[in-house]
Every structure is written in C-alpha cells, then in structure tokens.
Design a protein around this ligand. Structure first.
Ligand code: TRP
Length: 358
C-alpha cells in the first residue's frame, strides 16, 4: 500500500508489443522485489503509444496483455499502484500546462525525437544532417504533413508529467530514456524557479539498488529488444520458444582448449546463467573449455530452463486475460490511487500558474 514515508518509485511501459525476457530480468523481476520497500507506481503508457497512430483495437489489446503480463509476473495490485495512463485525465491537463514552459528547440534536439522523425521520413542520419541546425531545417522542410506529429515532439513533456504529477523521485528506466529523465529534471527546476515554488522534486534514475542486468538477444549480438526481432516473449508457447533457442546464432565451436568466448556464445551463457543452476552452467563452461561442448545440447538445456521460468508465468497470463472482471477491478483501483495524488499536484499547479477558481 502507498505510504507517506516511503520513497515514490514510478515507471511506465509503452503499450506496444509483449513483454520479453529482457523486460522480465531487466525490470519487472526487480520491481516485484521492491514492492514492499517503496511506494511503487507502475503504469501502462497508452497515450505515449498514440504517437505512432496504432490500430485502435490493437492498442486496447496491447494494454490488456501488458497488464496481464505484469500481474502474472508478480506485480501485486495491493502493494503497488498499477494503472493505465489514460485513466488519469489529470495527466492530459498537466501536459497542456507544462508545455507552456517547454521549448520546441530543446524537444527537437532530443535524440529519441530525431531518431523517430528521421525514421518516419525515411532519412538516414549522415554527417550532412547530423548537426542540430541541419536537422531542424530538414524536419521543418519535410514534415509539413502529419508524418511527424506534434505528439512525437512533445513526448518528453508527457513523460515528465507522468513523473512529476506523482512527485516521483526514483524512476527506473533503460539507458535510452535517460535523456528524457534529464529533461524532466530540467522542466521541474524551470517550473519551480519561474514561479518561485518548490512544487516538483527532481527525480533520478533508479536501479533498484543493484547492478543493471543486461539480457542479450538470440541473434549473436546486442541486447534483447522488441525492435531487434531477437526476443523470447513470456507468452511464447513451448514449441515457438524451443525453435527460437535452437536457431540462436552460434560459432564454429572452440578450436583450442580454454579459448575465449565469441559474443554469440557468451550471450548464450549469459542467458543460461539467468535461468539455469550453477551446476548446469559449470557443466557447459567446462565442456567449452575442453572443447567437448555441443551447442545443440547447450541450446536444448537452455530452452528447457527458460521454459521452467516462463511456463508458470504464461499460464497465469492466460488465466488473468480470461478474467475480465479481475482486470477491470485492478485498473479501477489503480486509477483511483493514481488520480488522488495527480489531482493534488494538478490543483497546486493550476493555482501557482494563476488558473484559479472564482
Ligand atoms: N518513455 C518510456 C519508454 O519508452 C515509457 C514511459 C512513459 C515512462 N512515461 C514514463 C517511463 C514515465 C518511466 C517514467 O520506455
């Protein structure tokens, strides 16, 4: 339950696609572990998902499945505030107010905006268009239609509002979101100093008090990510999951005893370390060291150990998805709690800005 004296942790996930092992080990499992120690707030960012104009039925289905996945993985609606962003209309209003103190220049220079705008327009980054000035010119020249919408530009404002409206101080996010968090701090400071108030605390990045867990993908390099197409999803059924693991990229095998691991093999060992017992990991490490390893055996073992983790979660996901009444109870309860604090912050903010009742 939310308590006054606990630090406020808040994180959100965009309602796109399903949750994968990277989300699970990188964030979700840790979130579950700290539910008793912090005032935890977790939400599904469906308004943020609108920036890419998703199919309406698909958007709703995504919100539902992410909700079910989070609950299935152990987020407890009694301990944490779990809500859907659009269920808190105060967020939309504060977004309007905060935008009055956000510069379009600083938004245009945000890396995520540049990446997304370029992608939408089919422009590849190059030395010619990399400078801020060149980029701004290019965007303004090219984006006369709605391919680059204003919501995409003001994405950081909306994210700052998510955080500031709850007065959260600890925000677990991935590396790609650190710039947005920096902007959030800047907007908070700017608002406070413009009006000479102490309304917003400055939030910081939060790693749940441990080292970040990097979960690699199955394609030989880099981390597991939705857009990389290298994911194992929590809802993958055993057949699909085994197939994915058996197809993971490997190399030609160790050529001499005690060879260093290539990246694809190191990645498989990382996954094995996350999901297997130390004995199993040691067995395959020894087999690699003395060149007796068969990658097929390693993959078979890995697939079974991943399944041992995901199977109970997958079963719970399906049970929860079938229980509409439970889902709607959870989001209602979450929205009520989230709105209480949001309404307080918004009313303070309105008053500070001079939007006052007669
Ligand atoms: N932008 C985040 C992402 O894409 C999702 C998000 C929206 C978020 N609002 C937030 C994360 C507030 C933390 C806090 O991952």
């Amino acid at each position: 339950m939310a308590e006054q004296n606990k630090e406020i942790v808040l994180s959100g996930i965009r309602a796109t696609g399903n949750l994968h092992l990277g989300n699970y080990y990188g964030a979700l499992r840790k979130f579950v572990a700290v539910q008793d120690d912090y005032d935890c707030n977790f939400f599904i960012a469906d308004l943020h998902a609108l920036t890419t104009n998703p199919d309406p039925a698909q958007l709703h289905a995504n919100v539902k499945s992410i909700l079910a996945e989070y609950l299935a993985a152990g987020l407890d609606p009694e301990k944490s505030t779990i809500f859907v962003q659009s269920d808190v209309p105060e967020i939309a209003e504060m977004y309007l107010l905060l935008n009055m103190h956000v510069g379009i220049g600083e938004l245009m220079r945000t890396t995520s905006f540049k990446d997304k705008a370029r992608k939408a327009l089919g422009i590849t980054p190059s030395a010619d268009n990399d400078s801020d000035e060149a980029f701004e010119k290019e965007i303004i020249g090219a984006a006369t239609n709605k391919r680059v919408n204003a919501g995409l530009l003001t994405y950081p404002t909306l994210m700052a509002v998510d955080i500031l409206i709850q007065k959260a101080t600890k925000v677990p996010v991935g590396k790609d979101q650190l710039q947005h968090l920096e902007l959030t701090r800047r907007f908070a400071r700017r608002f406070n100093s413009f009006y000479g108030v102490e309304l917003f605390p400055e939030p910081s990045d939060f790693n749940f008090g441990g080292a970040p867990v990097k979960v690699p993908g199955l394609d030989g390099s880099g981390k597991m990510g939705k857009s990389e197409g290298n994911c194992i999803y929590l809802i993958d059924d055993p057949k699909v999951l085994r197939k994915k693991v058996m197809r993971a990229v490997t190399d030609e095998g160790p050529q001499a005893p005690d060879s260093p691991l290539s990246e694809p093999i190191a990645n498989l060992f990382t996954l094995l370390e996350l999901t297997s017992t130390p004995e199993v990991v040691k067995h395959f490490r020894d087999a690699y060291a003395d060149c007796s390893i068969r990658y097929g055996d390693l993959k078979k073992q890995l697939a079974e150990d991943i399944l041992a983790v995901t199977t109970p979660i997958r079963e719970r996901i399906n049970d929860i998805l079938a229980d509409e009444a439970y889902l709607s109870r959870v989001v209602k309860m979450g929205a009520e709690r989230a709105r209480e604090r949001a309404a307080n912050t918004l009313s303070e903010m309105r008053h500070i800005m001079g939007i006052r009742k007669f």
